[in-house]
Each structure stands twice: as C-alpha cells, then as structure tokens.
Design a protein around this ligand. Structure first.
Ligand code: GCO
Length: 421
C-alpha cells in the first residue's frame, strides 16, 4: 500500500519566535541578550516572517502542501499583563486569512516555548496564577481568531523540560544556567525569572497539564469549531539491557501528556530520532551511526515506533504528525529521511492506526533556539542577509507526495521544473 487516506493533511510548520523576527517582548529575547547566555547567537530579524507571511504561505501552497502549522505569540498579543493588543490579534487574523486565501488549513499553536517578559518576571509557570493567565490569553485570542482556525493546540512539546532531564548528550553547564537566570531577573527588574527552559520540570508539568485543559475549554467556548489538541515530543526509546530505565523514562516523560491528549481531540506527535536507554539512563548515539546537525542520530524509523506507542497510550484519538524532520546541509539526506519516515507512516496506516496528517518541521531554515541559525531544518532555505527564499529539492519531493496523496516511485527528488511555483 502506498496510498494515504483521503483528506490527509500535508504541511510544514514554523514557530513564532523562530521565524517572525524581533520578538522583543518575549522572555527568550531577554535570555538571548544577557551575559552569560546559552544562546550561541540572538534571533534578531529571524526570517522576517512577521512581514513576509503572505509570500511564505503562498510558497507553501504552491509546493502542493495543504496545511500550515504556526504559532501565535503571547508576548505580542498580551504585551503587558491584562493588556491585549488588538493590532497583534488583527495581524494573526491576516495570517489566518492568507491561509484560507491559498487553500491552506491553518493549524495554530498557542504556546511554542516563548512567554511575555512580564510572565517570566512574575515567576512563570511555577507560580499560582500561571494557568489562569494562560487560559485567559487563550480565551481572548480564540475569541478574536476562532472562526478562522482549522486546528489548535494549546502547547508545543510541554513535556520537553522532563525530556531534557534525561538527555545525556546535551551539555548544558548548570552554573551558567543559574547565572543566566539571575541576570535575566535583573534585566526585567525582578528577583525571579521563570521560563519554560529554566526551573523545576515536574512542577511545570503539573501546572501546564492543568492549563492545557482550561485553555482547551476556553477555546471550545469561543467562535468556530475546531479540534484542540496538544503536541508532544516523542523519541523512540530503545532498551539496551534488562536493567535499563526505558519504562521509567516513558512514564515520566510521555505518559501524563499522552493521557492529556487522550482527553482532547487529537494528539500531535513530534518525533526526530531514537534514544538508547541503559541502566543509568540515556546513552549517547551509537558509534558509526550517521548524526544530524543536532548531534543526535539520523533515525527516521523513530516516527513509526512513536506513532505505535502513542496509539497504544492514547486510545482512540486521531494522531497528527505535527513535527518530523532533520537538520542537515545535505538536502538529499532530508529526502531520504522523509521517504523512510513516511514509509513507516504507511505501515501504521496499514495496521489501522488513525494517522491523519504529516506536518514537516520546518517550512524555513530558522532560529534553532540555543543553537542559533546553524542547524538547517528547512524545506526552504533563507538567505539571512537578503531574506531571499530558495526552495530545496526536498520541498518538491514532499510536495509531489502531497499532491498525489501517495508515496511516489520517484527515486530522485523532482527538481521543481515539473511544478512551477
Ligand atoms: C522543538 C520544537 C521546534 C524545534 C524542532 C527542531 O521541539 O524544539 O517544536 O521548535 O525547532 O523540534 O529541533
């Protein structure tokens, strides 16, 4: 079988802070501009998607993709506590309208790692009013945008802080994190700075699960009628021996959020690689295996395993792959990655698993958080000096599959000449 079900969503994703540029009112902007900082460079103009969204959405549609996943930025919509910006909300209405104009289903994430500065200065997710504040922001944004939304998710990878506690191959010096937190607090005139990447992962998880359910209810009570889910980061966790900690890791990192997804309208699955788990926890990459620019293994087969795992844990809710991709300068490896990942999706479908869409990360080469602009995840390259976009062969490859809604027999990616943009 090489056919995808009718109505399958084919898309690409971005996130506000990574592409819009000048997200100056966010906590991450603060962290990028203090000393010491873990960010290798600041985001600055990013891809100037804030102004170029129309041409980017048009480009996505011209490739043959029918879905655009992006996030709306809390730091713009509520620049100060209790003050909502109509101008920012209208901006996102224009983004949504552009999707409809080009026949693209908009999939909106309400929180993709960045918060307003005032929220960080208040202490962030660990403080009591956090869930209330988030639910209220979602309510306001959904009231203004809901009639144009196709799908919504409350959070992007809210389980990431728990996952980061396990990952052994990222080397974040703890004293630097502490100093960074202190400097950031000073920069916002507070004695605390609570943000998604710093702080107590377990406390944060508890607060965010509560916030997810409340925000979802708020969205449901507003205009429009769209599925609301949550996007979860999943790795293919492989046990390396009898005393490994794989099951413990899955319980701590995934299961609570998969349960929350099961009580929602869908689960967004975001998978990039596998991880081998040993007696003491995560092991690094296996010797001899190809690595991506992120330092982890090139392992497209992880997607199939994670879909099966999520299906088992989430029961009947539909699964959407809301992120999957690879950081590489060699675009032919991206084509190979997509080919193998989608073959796994087809095997899941053949077994009756309800997968309804594949949204690739990312539409554009963009700001990869602390790693800056070096990792290249885009189907489309961005010249950082001119903001010029250049479509890569992998974009045409994914577009060709999307247009036909089946795996094509192409051995090589199409050049694009077949599909004029
Ligand atoms: C994340 C995000 C994206 C990343 C992507 C590549 O998981 O961090 O959802 O913002 O850019 O996963 O690492």
């Amino acid at each position: 079988m090489n056919q995808f079900p009718p109505g399958f969503l084919w898309g690409a994703a971005t996130a506000a802070h990574q592409v819009e540029g000048n997200n100056t009112n966010s906590d991450l902007w603060v962290l990028e501009h203090i000393q010491p900082t873990l960010f290798v460079e600041p985001s600055l103009d990013a891809c100037d998607h804030f102004h170029r969204f129309r041409e980017d959405i048009r480009l996505l549609a011209s490739l043959g993709l029918n879905t655009y996943r992006f996030s709306v930025e809390w730091a713009r919509i509520e620049p100060e506590r209790n003050h909502f910006s109509l101008a920012a909300l209208d901006h996102y209405r224009r983004v949504l309208a552009a999707c409809h104009e080009y026949g693209v289903t908009p999939m909106v994430t309400f929180y993709h790692f960045s918060s307003p500065r005032w929220f960080a200065a208040m202490g962030g997710w660990e403080k009591k009013p956090a869930a209330d504040l988030f639910a209220r922001y979602c309510e306001r944004a959904a009231a203004h945008l809901g009639d144009l939304i196709g799908f919504a998710s409350t959070f992007n990878e809210p389980n990431l802080p728990m996952l980061l506690r396990w990952i052994s191959n990222i080397d974040i010096p703890f004293p630097t994190v502490l100093r960074m937190g202190r400097q950031a607090a000073r920069a916002v005139g507070s004695n605390r700075f609570g943000c998604f990447f710093l702080g107590d992962a377990a406390k944060l998880q508890e607060a965010m699960i509560g916030a997810h359910h409340r925000a979802r209810a708020a969205m449901k009570s507003g205009p429009g009628s769209y599925p609301v889910g949550v996007n979860i980061s999943l790795q293919d966790e492989q046990a390396t021996g009898p005393k490994n900690k794989r099951d413990q890791k899955c319980r701590e990192v995934y299961d609570e959020w998969l349960k929350a997804a099961a009580q929602s309208d869908y689960a967004g699955i975001q998978t990039y690689t596998r991880c081998r788990v040993g007696k003491r926890g995560d092991l690094g990459p296996e010797e001899g295996i190809e690595l991506t620019q992120m330092g982890y293994e090139f392992w497209p087969e992880a997607l199939e395993i994670c879909l099966r795992y999520a299906h088992e844990r989430c029961g009947g809710v539909p699964l959407y792959i809301t992120e999957n991709g690879v950081a590489t300068e060699d675009d032919s490896r991206r084509v190979e990655y997509i080919r193998r990942a989608l073959s796994g999706v087809l095997r899941c479908l053949a077994d009756g698993i309800d997968v309804r869409g594949y949204i690739h990360w990312s539409l554009l080469d963009n700001f990869e958080w602390i790693m800056g602009y070096r990792p290249k995840f885009g189907l489309v390259a961005v010249n950082r000096l001119t903001q010029e976009r250049r479509i890569k062969p992998s974009a045409y490859y994914l577009g060709a599959i999307a247009r036909e809604n089946r795996m094509t027999d192409l051995l090589e990616a199409p050049t694009g000449a077949e599909y004029p943009v």
